[in-house]
Ligand binder design. Structure first.
Ligand code: NAP
Length: 505
Protein backbone atom coordinates (compact mmCIF):
# COMPACT_ATOMS: atom_id res chain seq x y z
CA UNK A 1 0.00 0.00 0.00
CA UNK A 2 1.36 3.35 -1.05
CA UNK A 3 1.14 5.32 2.19
CA UNK A 4 3.74 3.16 3.87
CA UNK A 5 7.13 2.62 2.23
CA UNK A 6 6.94 0.03 -0.52
CA UNK A 7 9.72 -2.39 -1.30
CA UNK A 8 12.09 -0.99 -3.88
CA UNK A 9 11.42 -3.57 -6.56
CA UNK A 10 10.50 -2.19 -9.97
CA UNK A 11 7.14 -2.74 -11.66
CA UNK A 12 6.86 -5.28 -14.50
CA UNK A 13 7.62 -4.10 -18.06
CA UNK A 14 5.00 -1.65 -19.32
CA UNK A 15 4.27 1.07 -21.85
CA UNK A 16 3.00 4.46 -20.75
CA UNK A 17 0.82 6.13 -23.38
CA UNK A 18 0.32 9.84 -22.72
CA UNK A 19 -2.68 11.35 -24.51
CA UNK A 20 -1.97 15.08 -24.78
CA UNK A 21 1.80 14.65 -25.10
CA UNK A 22 2.43 18.12 -26.49
CA UNK A 23 0.64 19.75 -23.56
CA UNK A 24 1.83 21.64 -20.52
CA UNK A 25 1.32 18.82 -18.02
CA UNK A 26 3.43 16.36 -20.03
CA UNK A 27 6.31 18.79 -20.38
CA UNK A 28 6.33 20.22 -16.86
CA UNK A 29 5.37 17.22 -14.77
CA UNK A 30 4.94 13.83 -16.43
CA UNK A 31 8.14 13.39 -18.43
CA UNK A 32 10.33 14.92 -15.67
CA UNK A 33 8.71 12.48 -13.22
CA UNK A 34 9.31 9.47 -15.51
CA UNK A 35 12.91 10.61 -15.96
CA UNK A 36 13.43 10.88 -12.18
CA UNK A 37 12.09 7.35 -11.73
CA UNK A 38 14.40 6.11 -14.48
CA UNK A 39 17.35 7.79 -12.82
CA UNK A 40 16.57 6.18 -9.48
CA UNK A 41 16.37 2.81 -11.29
CA UNK A 42 12.73 2.42 -10.33
CA UNK A 43 11.59 1.56 -13.84
CA UNK A 44 11.90 -1.86 -15.48
CA UNK A 45 14.46 -2.43 -18.17
CA UNK A 46 11.64 -2.72 -20.73
CA UNK A 47 9.55 0.40 -20.62
CA UNK A 48 8.37 2.76 -23.31
CA UNK A 49 6.62 6.11 -23.32
CA UNK A 50 4.40 6.85 -26.30
CA UNK A 51 3.29 10.46 -26.59
CA UNK A 52 -0.03 10.81 -28.43
CA UNK A 53 -1.03 14.25 -29.79
CA UNK A 54 -2.13 16.11 -32.91
CA UNK A 55 0.88 18.20 -33.86
CA UNK A 56 3.21 16.96 -36.53
CA UNK A 57 6.56 15.89 -35.12
CA UNK A 58 8.97 12.99 -35.34
CA UNK A 59 10.27 10.77 -32.54
CA UNK A 60 13.49 12.79 -32.62
CA UNK A 61 11.64 16.12 -32.32
CA UNK A 62 9.70 14.75 -29.35
CA UNK A 63 12.85 13.41 -27.70
CA UNK A 64 14.65 16.75 -28.13
CA UNK A 65 11.65 18.67 -26.70
CA UNK A 66 11.38 16.36 -23.71
CA UNK A 67 15.14 16.58 -23.09
CA UNK A 68 14.75 20.37 -22.87
CA UNK A 69 11.78 19.95 -20.50
CA UNK A 70 13.84 17.62 -18.28
CA UNK A 71 16.69 20.13 -18.10
CA UNK A 72 14.22 22.84 -17.18
CA UNK A 73 11.97 21.05 -14.69
CA UNK A 74 13.86 18.20 -13.00
CA UNK A 75 15.16 19.42 -9.59
CA UNK A 76 18.50 17.61 -10.01
CA UNK A 77 19.56 18.15 -13.66
CA UNK A 78 21.00 15.25 -15.70
CA UNK A 79 24.72 14.68 -15.31
CA UNK A 80 25.40 14.45 -19.04
CA UNK A 81 23.93 14.19 -22.52
CA UNK A 82 24.66 10.48 -22.66
CA UNK A 83 22.47 9.66 -19.67
CA UNK A 84 19.68 11.81 -21.07
CA UNK A 85 19.98 10.19 -24.50
CA UNK A 86 19.71 6.73 -22.88
CA UNK A 87 16.45 7.83 -21.32
CA UNK A 88 14.94 9.61 -24.32
CA UNK A 89 15.57 6.50 -26.45
CA UNK A 90 12.56 5.07 -24.57
CA UNK A 91 10.31 7.91 -25.84
CA UNK A 92 8.19 7.74 -29.00
CA UNK A 93 5.74 10.14 -30.61
CA UNK A 94 2.45 9.02 -32.10
CA UNK A 95 0.70 11.65 -34.17
CA UNK A 96 -3.05 11.29 -34.39
CA UNK A 97 -6.34 12.94 -33.68
CA UNK A 98 -8.30 11.62 -30.69
CA UNK A 99 -11.26 11.02 -33.00
CA UNK A 100 -9.41 9.03 -35.66
CA UNK A 101 -9.90 5.20 -35.38
CA UNK A 102 -6.86 4.56 -37.58
CA UNK A 103 -4.69 6.37 -35.00
CA UNK A 104 -5.65 3.77 -32.39
CA UNK A 105 -5.07 0.81 -34.71
CA UNK A 106 -1.56 2.07 -35.40
CA UNK A 107 -1.11 2.79 -31.67
CA UNK A 108 -1.82 -0.85 -30.96
CA UNK A 109 0.82 -1.88 -33.50
CA UNK A 110 3.36 0.43 -31.89
CA UNK A 111 2.57 -1.01 -28.49
CA UNK A 112 3.14 -4.50 -29.82
CA UNK A 113 6.54 -3.40 -31.14
CA UNK A 114 7.49 -1.83 -27.81
CA UNK A 115 6.35 -4.80 -25.75
CA UNK A 116 8.91 -7.47 -24.84
CA UNK A 117 6.30 -10.06 -25.95
CA UNK A 118 6.01 -8.72 -29.50
CA UNK A 119 2.76 -10.54 -30.27
CA UNK A 120 0.83 -8.53 -27.65
CA UNK A 121 0.63 -4.87 -26.62
CA UNK A 122 1.93 -5.90 -23.18
CA UNK A 123 1.09 -4.00 -20.00
CA UNK A 124 -0.35 -0.58 -20.81
CA UNK A 125 -0.77 2.49 -18.65
CA UNK A 126 -2.87 5.11 -20.46
CA UNK A 127 -2.58 8.66 -19.10
CA UNK A 128 -5.37 11.04 -20.12
CA UNK A 129 -3.48 14.38 -19.95
CA UNK A 130 -6.08 16.10 -22.09
CA UNK A 131 -9.08 18.33 -21.64
CA UNK A 132 -11.80 16.37 -19.76
CA UNK A 133 -14.17 16.61 -22.75
CA UNK A 134 -11.81 14.24 -24.60
CA UNK A 135 -11.77 11.47 -21.95
CA UNK A 136 -14.87 9.51 -23.11
CA UNK A 137 -13.84 9.50 -26.79
CA UNK A 138 -10.30 8.27 -26.06
CA UNK A 139 -11.57 5.48 -23.84
CA UNK A 140 -14.19 4.44 -26.42
CA UNK A 141 -11.53 4.28 -29.13
CA UNK A 142 -9.14 2.28 -26.93
CA UNK A 143 -11.91 -0.18 -26.30
CA UNK A 144 -12.59 -0.61 -30.03
CA UNK A 145 -9.00 -1.76 -30.63
CA UNK A 146 -9.14 -4.06 -27.64
CA UNK A 147 -6.67 -2.17 -25.49
CA UNK A 148 -8.82 -1.88 -22.35
CA UNK A 149 -9.88 -5.45 -21.82
CA UNK A 150 -8.63 -7.92 -19.30
CA UNK A 151 -8.05 -5.80 -16.20
CA UNK A 152 -5.32 -7.33 -14.10
CA UNK A 153 -4.67 -10.81 -15.45
CA UNK A 154 -1.56 -12.81 -14.79
CA UNK A 155 -0.65 -12.23 -18.44
CA UNK A 156 -0.98 -8.48 -18.88
CA UNK A 157 -2.72 -5.45 -17.48
CA UNK A 158 -4.26 -2.30 -18.84
CA UNK A 159 -4.94 0.77 -16.66
CA UNK A 160 -6.06 4.33 -17.22
CA UNK A 161 -5.04 7.44 -15.27
CA UNK A 162 -7.65 10.19 -15.47
CA UNK A 163 -6.61 13.80 -14.76
CA UNK A 164 -8.63 16.21 -12.69
CA UNK A 165 -11.07 17.98 -12.77
CA UNK A 166 -13.30 14.90 -12.68
CA UNK A 167 -16.65 16.29 -13.87
CA UNK A 168 -18.15 19.75 -13.43
CA UNK A 169 -20.83 18.67 -10.95
CA UNK A 170 -22.40 15.54 -9.51
CA UNK A 171 -24.25 14.68 -12.72
CA UNK A 172 -21.29 15.03 -15.09
CA UNK A 173 -19.06 13.11 -12.64
CA UNK A 174 -21.58 10.27 -12.56
CA UNK A 175 -21.81 10.31 -16.35
CA UNK A 176 -18.03 10.22 -16.71
CA UNK A 177 -17.78 7.35 -14.23
CA UNK A 178 -20.39 5.44 -16.26
CA UNK A 179 -18.54 6.14 -19.52
CA UNK A 180 -15.23 4.93 -18.10
CA UNK A 181 -16.88 1.83 -16.67
CA UNK A 182 -18.11 0.84 -20.15
CA UNK A 183 -14.49 0.10 -21.08
CA UNK A 184 -12.59 -0.37 -17.81
CA UNK A 185 -13.31 -2.06 -14.48
CA UNK A 186 -13.10 0.18 -11.41
CA UNK A 187 -9.78 -1.43 -10.38
CA UNK A 188 -8.29 -0.33 -13.72
CA UNK A 189 -9.28 3.34 -13.29
CA UNK A 190 -6.84 5.65 -11.48
CA UNK A 191 -8.39 9.11 -10.90
CA UNK A 192 -5.44 11.29 -10.07
CA UNK A 193 -5.16 14.28 -7.78
CA UNK A 194 -1.45 15.02 -7.52
CA UNK A 195 -1.96 16.41 -4.02
CA UNK A 196 -2.33 12.88 -2.71
CA UNK A 197 1.11 12.00 -4.05
CA UNK A 198 2.80 14.60 -1.86
CA UNK A 199 4.92 13.04 0.87
CA UNK A 200 3.46 15.31 3.52
CA UNK A 201 -0.09 14.27 2.67
CA UNK A 202 0.92 10.62 3.04
CA UNK A 203 2.69 11.49 6.26
CA UNK A 204 -0.52 12.88 7.65
CA UNK A 205 -1.78 9.32 7.62
CA UNK A 206 1.39 8.04 9.27
CA UNK A 207 1.35 10.81 11.88
CA UNK A 208 -2.18 9.89 12.89
CA UNK A 209 -2.00 6.12 12.77
CA UNK A 210 1.63 5.21 13.48
CA UNK A 211 1.79 7.19 16.75
CA UNK A 212 -0.13 6.57 19.94
CA UNK A 213 -0.11 10.12 21.27
CA UNK A 214 -2.41 11.77 18.75
CA UNK A 215 -5.28 9.34 18.28
CA UNK A 216 -6.70 9.52 21.84
CA UNK A 217 -7.07 13.31 21.58
CA UNK A 218 -8.14 13.43 17.92
CA UNK A 219 -11.81 14.15 18.56
CA UNK A 220 -14.40 16.66 19.73
CA UNK A 221 -13.42 16.33 23.37
CA UNK A 222 -9.98 17.88 22.80
CA UNK A 223 -10.10 19.59 19.41
CA UNK A 224 -11.74 23.00 19.22
CA UNK A 225 -11.63 23.45 15.45
CA UNK A 226 -9.56 22.73 12.35
CA UNK A 227 -8.36 25.16 9.68
CA UNK A 228 -7.16 24.10 6.24
CA UNK A 229 -5.61 26.66 3.91
CA UNK A 230 -4.57 26.12 0.28
CA UNK A 231 -3.30 29.47 -1.00
CA UNK A 232 -1.52 30.39 -4.21
CA UNK A 233 0.26 33.59 -5.20
CA UNK A 234 -0.18 32.78 -8.89
CA UNK A 235 -2.96 34.11 -11.06
CA UNK A 236 -4.02 32.31 -14.23
CA UNK A 237 -0.65 31.86 -16.01
CA UNK A 238 -2.32 32.00 -19.44
CA UNK A 239 -5.01 29.44 -18.52
CA UNK A 240 -7.91 31.94 -18.48
CA UNK A 241 -10.24 29.95 -20.73
CA UNK A 242 -9.73 26.82 -18.59
CA UNK A 243 -10.21 28.65 -15.30
CA UNK A 244 -13.36 30.43 -16.47
CA UNK A 245 -14.98 26.98 -16.76
CA UNK A 246 -13.52 25.77 -13.47
CA UNK A 247 -13.17 28.30 -10.63
CA UNK A 248 -11.78 27.63 -7.17
CA UNK A 249 -14.66 25.37 -6.09
CA UNK A 250 -13.99 22.86 -8.85
CA UNK A 251 -10.24 23.38 -9.10
CA UNK A 252 -9.33 23.07 -5.41
CA UNK A 253 -12.27 22.56 -3.05
CA UNK A 254 -13.82 19.52 -4.75
CA UNK A 255 -10.54 17.61 -4.80
CA UNK A 256 -7.53 18.93 -2.82
CA UNK A 257 -9.48 20.33 0.13
CA UNK A 258 -11.86 17.38 0.32
CA UNK A 259 -8.90 14.96 0.35
CA UNK A 260 -7.13 16.84 3.12
CA UNK A 261 -10.32 17.12 5.13
CA UNK A 262 -11.08 13.42 4.84
CA UNK A 263 -7.52 12.40 5.76
CA UNK A 264 -7.67 14.57 8.89
CA UNK A 265 -11.13 13.37 9.88
CA UNK A 266 -11.22 9.68 8.82
CA UNK A 267 -11.47 6.77 11.24
CA UNK A 268 -8.52 4.35 11.37
CA UNK A 269 -9.00 1.90 8.47
CA UNK A 270 -9.18 -1.82 9.19
CA UNK A 271 -6.12 -2.40 7.01
CA UNK A 272 -3.77 -0.57 4.67
CA UNK A 273 -5.57 -1.99 1.68
CA UNK A 274 -6.56 0.68 -0.91
CA UNK A 275 -10.27 0.02 -0.49
CA UNK A 276 -10.14 -0.02 3.31
CA UNK A 277 -8.48 3.42 3.32
CA UNK A 278 -10.87 4.80 0.73
CA UNK A 279 -13.93 3.38 2.55
CA UNK A 280 -13.04 5.54 5.55
CA UNK A 281 -12.48 8.63 3.42
CA UNK A 282 -15.87 8.15 1.79
CA UNK A 283 -17.53 7.83 5.22
CA UNK A 284 -16.24 11.30 6.14
CA UNK A 285 -17.50 12.82 2.89
CA UNK A 286 -20.91 11.25 3.44
CA UNK A 287 -21.09 12.76 6.94
CA UNK A 288 -20.42 16.34 5.80
CA UNK A 289 -23.23 18.67 6.68
CA UNK A 290 -23.93 21.20 3.94
CA UNK A 291 -23.84 24.74 5.28
CA UNK A 292 -24.40 26.97 2.23
CA UNK A 293 -24.79 30.05 4.41
CA UNK A 294 -21.29 29.54 5.81
CA UNK A 295 -19.49 30.07 2.54
CA UNK A 296 -17.81 33.04 0.89
CA UNK A 297 -16.89 33.10 -2.79
CA UNK A 298 -14.90 36.03 -4.15
CA UNK A 299 -12.73 37.16 -7.04
CA UNK A 300 -9.41 39.01 -7.05
CA UNK A 301 -9.18 42.59 -8.21
CA UNK A 302 -5.95 44.37 -9.17
CA UNK A 303 -3.39 44.57 -6.37
CA UNK A 304 0.19 43.80 -5.42
CA UNK A 305 1.68 40.35 -4.91
CA UNK A 306 5.24 40.08 -3.63
CA UNK A 307 5.80 43.76 -4.40
CA UNK A 308 4.70 43.33 -8.01
CA UNK A 309 1.55 45.06 -9.29
CA UNK A 310 -0.83 42.54 -10.88
CA UNK A 311 -4.08 42.93 -12.79
CA UNK A 312 -7.51 41.84 -11.60
CA UNK A 313 -9.07 38.52 -12.63
CA UNK A 314 -11.40 40.14 -15.17
CA UNK A 315 -8.48 41.79 -16.95
CA UNK A 316 -6.65 38.46 -17.42
CA UNK A 317 -6.43 37.14 -21.02
CA UNK A 318 -9.26 34.71 -21.87
CA UNK A 319 -11.53 35.98 -19.04
CA UNK A 320 -14.96 37.51 -19.56
CA UNK A 321 -14.80 41.16 -18.34
CA UNK A 322 -18.07 40.50 -16.45
CA UNK A 323 -16.99 37.08 -15.18
CA UNK A 324 -18.55 35.75 -11.99
CA UNK A 325 -16.05 32.87 -11.64
CA UNK A 326 -14.70 32.65 -8.10
CA UNK A 327 -10.96 32.67 -7.43
CA UNK A 328 -11.42 32.42 -3.65
CA UNK A 329 -13.60 30.24 -1.46
CA UNK A 330 -13.85 30.09 2.34
CA UNK A 331 -16.30 27.73 3.99
CA UNK A 332 -17.21 26.25 7.31
CA UNK A 333 -18.02 22.55 7.31
CA UNK A 334 -19.42 20.34 10.05
CA UNK A 335 -19.01 16.57 10.14
CA UNK A 336 -22.06 14.79 11.48
CA UNK A 337 -20.48 11.89 13.30
CA UNK A 338 -19.55 10.94 16.86
CA UNK A 339 -15.89 11.90 16.65
CA UNK A 340 -16.38 15.38 15.20
CA UNK A 341 -19.68 16.46 16.71
CA UNK A 342 -19.62 20.26 17.13
CA UNK A 343 -16.09 20.75 15.70
CA UNK A 344 -16.05 23.22 12.82
CA UNK A 345 -13.65 22.74 9.93
CA UNK A 346 -12.80 26.06 8.27
CA UNK A 347 -11.48 25.68 4.74
CA UNK A 348 -10.12 28.39 2.46
CA UNK A 349 -8.40 28.58 -0.87
CA UNK A 350 -7.54 31.42 -3.19
CA UNK A 351 -5.44 32.68 -6.04
CA UNK A 352 -3.32 35.82 -5.75
CA UNK A 353 -2.88 35.43 -2.01
CA UNK A 354 0.13 36.95 -0.21
CA UNK A 355 1.98 33.60 0.04
CA UNK A 356 1.82 30.07 -1.36
CA UNK A 357 0.95 27.74 1.50
CA UNK A 358 -0.92 24.52 2.10
CA UNK A 359 -1.38 23.96 5.80
CA UNK A 360 -3.63 22.12 8.23
CA UNK A 361 -3.95 23.64 11.70
CA UNK A 362 -5.53 21.56 14.44
CA UNK A 363 -6.53 23.84 17.31
CA UNK A 364 -7.03 22.17 20.68
CA UNK A 365 -9.40 23.38 23.36
CA UNK A 366 -8.10 25.87 25.91
CA UNK A 367 -7.32 24.66 29.44
CA UNK A 368 -9.71 25.83 32.20
CA UNK A 369 -8.58 29.20 33.61
CA UNK A 370 -8.19 28.09 37.20
CA UNK A 371 -4.49 27.58 37.83
CA UNK A 372 -2.59 30.27 36.02
CA UNK A 373 -3.52 33.84 36.61
CA UNK A 374 -1.64 35.14 33.57
CA UNK A 375 -1.89 38.60 32.06
CA UNK A 376 -2.37 37.42 28.48
CA UNK A 377 -5.00 35.04 27.30
CA UNK A 378 -3.33 31.67 26.94
CA UNK A 379 -2.87 30.64 23.33
CA UNK A 380 -4.39 27.19 22.77
CA UNK A 381 -2.25 24.25 21.67
CA UNK A 382 -2.03 23.90 17.93
CA UNK A 383 -0.62 21.16 15.76
CA UNK A 384 0.28 22.63 12.37
CA UNK A 385 0.93 20.31 9.46
CA UNK A 386 2.60 22.10 6.58
CA UNK A 387 2.05 20.35 3.26
CA UNK A 388 4.02 22.93 1.25
CA UNK A 389 6.41 24.71 1.18
CA UNK A 390 8.95 23.89 3.97
CA UNK A 391 7.13 20.64 4.62
CA UNK A 392 6.96 19.94 8.31
CA UNK A 393 5.06 19.89 11.58
CA UNK A 394 4.90 22.43 14.40
CA UNK A 395 3.47 21.90 17.85
CA UNK A 396 2.53 24.95 19.86
CA UNK A 397 2.47 24.65 23.63
CA UNK A 398 2.77 26.85 26.71
CA UNK A 399 6.04 27.42 28.60
CA UNK A 400 7.21 29.59 31.43
CA UNK A 401 10.02 31.98 30.53
CA UNK A 402 13.02 31.69 32.87
CA UNK A 403 13.33 34.01 35.86
CA UNK A 404 10.93 35.53 38.32
CA UNK A 405 8.25 36.46 35.83
CA UNK A 406 4.87 34.84 36.27
CA UNK A 407 3.96 34.91 32.60
CA UNK A 408 3.31 31.93 30.41
CA UNK A 409 4.25 32.15 26.76
CA UNK A 410 3.45 30.05 23.68
CA UNK A 411 6.47 28.18 22.23
CA UNK A 412 6.82 25.86 19.23
CA UNK A 413 8.53 22.59 18.51
CA UNK A 414 9.38 22.22 14.83
CA UNK A 415 9.95 19.17 12.71
CA UNK A 416 11.09 19.65 9.14
CA UNK A 417 11.14 16.80 6.63
CA UNK A 418 14.08 18.00 4.60
CA UNK A 419 16.36 18.40 7.62
CA UNK A 420 15.16 15.20 9.27
CA UNK A 421 15.67 12.96 6.26
CA UNK A 422 18.37 14.92 4.45
CA UNK A 423 16.46 15.03 1.19
CA UNK A 424 13.69 17.01 -0.44
CA UNK A 425 10.54 14.96 -0.99
CA UNK A 426 10.14 13.56 -4.53
CA UNK A 427 7.59 15.11 -6.86
CA UNK A 428 4.06 13.80 -6.38
CA UNK A 429 3.78 12.57 -9.98
CA UNK A 430 6.75 10.23 -9.47
CA UNK A 431 4.99 8.51 -6.63
CA UNK A 432 1.66 8.30 -8.38
CA UNK A 433 3.00 7.03 -11.71
CA UNK A 434 4.93 4.32 -9.91
CA UNK A 435 1.90 3.34 -7.79
CA UNK A 436 -0.25 3.07 -10.92
CA UNK A 437 2.40 0.88 -12.56
CA UNK A 438 2.25 -1.36 -9.47
CA UNK A 439 -1.58 -1.28 -9.54
CA UNK A 440 -1.79 0.36 -6.10
CA UNK A 441 -4.83 2.66 -6.06
CA UNK A 442 -4.62 3.90 -2.45
CA UNK A 443 -3.61 7.42 -3.46
CA UNK A 444 -6.15 7.63 -6.27
CA UNK A 445 -9.79 8.60 -5.97
CA UNK A 446 -12.46 5.91 -6.17
CA UNK A 447 -15.71 6.56 -8.07
CA UNK A 448 -17.87 6.77 -4.92
CA UNK A 449 -15.36 9.13 -3.32
CA UNK A 450 -15.51 11.55 -6.22
CA UNK A 451 -19.30 11.37 -6.25
CA UNK A 452 -19.59 11.87 -2.48
CA UNK A 453 -17.46 15.03 -2.70
CA UNK A 454 -19.63 16.31 -5.54
CA UNK A 455 -22.82 15.42 -3.68
CA UNK A 456 -21.75 17.57 -0.76
CA UNK A 457 -20.80 20.47 -3.03
CA UNK A 458 -23.76 20.17 -5.41
CA UNK A 459 -26.04 22.70 -3.62
CA UNK A 460 -23.14 25.17 -3.51
CA UNK A 461 -22.35 24.62 -7.20
CA UNK A 462 -26.03 25.06 -8.09
CA UNK A 463 -26.26 28.23 -6.03
CA UNK A 464 -23.14 29.67 -7.66
CA UNK A 465 -24.66 29.04 -11.11
CA UNK A 466 -27.84 30.96 -10.24
CA UNK A 467 -27.95 34.06 -12.45
CA UNK A 468 -29.97 35.98 -9.82
CA UNK A 469 -27.30 35.72 -7.15
CA UNK A 470 -25.52 38.83 -5.87
CA UNK A 471 -22.28 39.80 -7.67
CA UNK A 472 -19.14 38.25 -6.19
CA UNK A 473 -17.26 40.34 -3.63
CA UNK A 474 -13.78 41.39 -4.76
CA UNK A 475 -10.52 41.24 -2.82
CA UNK A 476 -7.30 43.02 -3.73
CA UNK A 477 -4.66 40.67 -5.17
CA UNK A 478 -2.08 40.09 -2.45
CA UNK A 479 -4.64 40.02 0.39
CA UNK A 480 -6.13 37.07 2.30
CA UNK A 481 -9.53 37.41 0.64
CA UNK A 482 -12.52 39.65 1.30
CA UNK A 483 -13.61 40.83 4.78
CA UNK A 484 -16.54 38.39 4.57
CA UNK A 485 -14.03 35.52 4.88
CA UNK A 486 -12.79 36.95 8.17
CA UNK A 487 -16.38 37.44 9.35
CA UNK A 488 -17.10 33.77 8.62
CA UNK A 489 -14.64 32.61 11.28
CA UNK A 490 -14.63 35.64 13.59
CA UNK A 491 -18.40 35.32 14.16
CA UNK A 492 -17.48 32.08 15.95
CA UNK A 493 -14.84 33.87 18.07
CA UNK A 494 -11.89 32.43 16.09
CA UNK A 495 -9.32 33.78 13.63
CA UNK A 496 -7.62 32.53 10.48
CA UNK A 497 -4.02 31.77 11.42
CA UNK A 498 -0.96 30.21 9.86
CA UNK A 499 2.20 28.94 11.52
CA UNK A 500 5.56 30.44 10.63
CA UNK A 501 7.86 27.53 9.80
CA UNK A 502 11.63 28.07 10.11
CA UNK A 503 13.71 27.82 6.89
CA UNK A 504 15.52 24.55 6.15
CA UNK A 505 19.03 24.35 7.59
N1 NAP B 1 -1.00 21.79 -16.74
C1 NAP B 1 -1.05 21.48 -15.46
O1 NAP B 1 -0.21 21.86 -14.63
C2 NAP B 1 -2.17 20.62 -14.93
C3 NAP B 1 -2.23 20.36 -13.55
C4 NAP B 1 -3.24 19.51 -13.07
C5 NAP B 1 -4.14 18.97 -13.96
N2 NAP B 1 -4.07 19.25 -15.31
C6 NAP B 1 -5.04 18.61 -16.20
O2 NAP B 1 -4.32 17.88 -17.18
C7 NAP B 1 -4.99 17.91 -18.42
C8 NAP B 1 -4.04 18.41 -19.51
O3 NAP B 1 -3.65 19.73 -19.19
P1 NAP B 1 -2.59 20.53 -20.07
O4 NAP B 1 -2.40 21.82 -19.37
O5 NAP B 1 -1.39 19.69 -20.36
O6 NAP B 1 -3.41 20.75 -21.44
P2 NAP B 1 -2.92 21.41 -22.78
O7 NAP B 1 -1.60 22.11 -22.58
O8 NAP B 1 -4.07 22.20 -23.32
O9 NAP B 1 -2.64 20.15 -23.73
C9 NAP B 1 -3.66 19.48 -24.39
C10 NAP B 1 -3.06 18.34 -25.21
O10 NAP B 1 -4.12 17.64 -25.85
C11 NAP B 1 -3.81 17.49 -27.22
N3 NAP B 1 -5.04 17.51 -28.02
C12 NAP B 1 -6.10 18.33 -27.89
N4 NAP B 1 -7.06 17.99 -28.75
C13 NAP B 1 -6.60 16.92 -29.44
C14 NAP B 1 -7.13 16.09 -30.46
N5 NAP B 1 -8.36 16.29 -30.95
N6 NAP B 1 -6.39 15.08 -30.91
C15 NAP B 1 -5.14 14.85 -30.43
N7 NAP B 1 -4.57 15.60 -29.47
C16 NAP B 1 -5.29 16.62 -28.99
C17 NAP B 1 -2.95 18.67 -27.55
O11 NAP B 1 -2.22 18.30 -28.69
P3 NAP B 1 -1.77 19.36 -29.82
O12 NAP B 1 -1.20 20.52 -29.07
O13 NAP B 1 -0.79 18.60 -30.59
O14 NAP B 1 -3.01 19.74 -30.56
C18 NAP B 1 -2.11 18.77 -26.28
O15 NAP B 1 -1.07 17.82 -26.36
C19 NAP B 1 -6.23 18.77 -18.21
O16 NAP B 1 -7.32 17.94 -17.90
C20 NAP B 1 -5.86 19.61 -17.00
O17 NAP B 1 -7.01 20.00 -16.28
C21 NAP B 1 -3.10 20.04 -15.80
Amino acid sequence: MAITPTSDKVPPPFSLVIFGASGDLTRRKLIPAVYSLYRQQLLPQHFAVIGFARRDKSDDDFRAEMARAIREFVPVPPTGDLELADFTAHLHYHRSNFQDPQGYRSLRQRLEKCSPATDSPGNCLFYLATQPADFPEIVRQLSRVDLCQCGDTPKRWSRVIVEKPFGRDLFSARELNAQLRQSFEENQIFRIDHFLGKETVQNLFVLRFANTIFEPIWNHRYIDHVQITVSETLGLEGRGAFYEQTGALRDIVQNHLMHLLSLVAMEPPVSLDADAVRDEKVSVLKALRPTPLCMVRAQYAAGTVRDQPVCGYREEPGVDPRSQTETFVALKVMIDNWRWSGVPFYLRTGKRMPVRITEIDIYFKAVPRVLFNVRNTMVPNCLAIRIQPREGIALQFQAKPPGHVKDIQPCRLFFNYTDAFGMTPPDAYERLLLDAAFGDATLFTRSDEVEAAWKFLQPIVAESADSNRAPLPLYPAGSWGPPQADDLIETDGRKWQLTKMPPHK
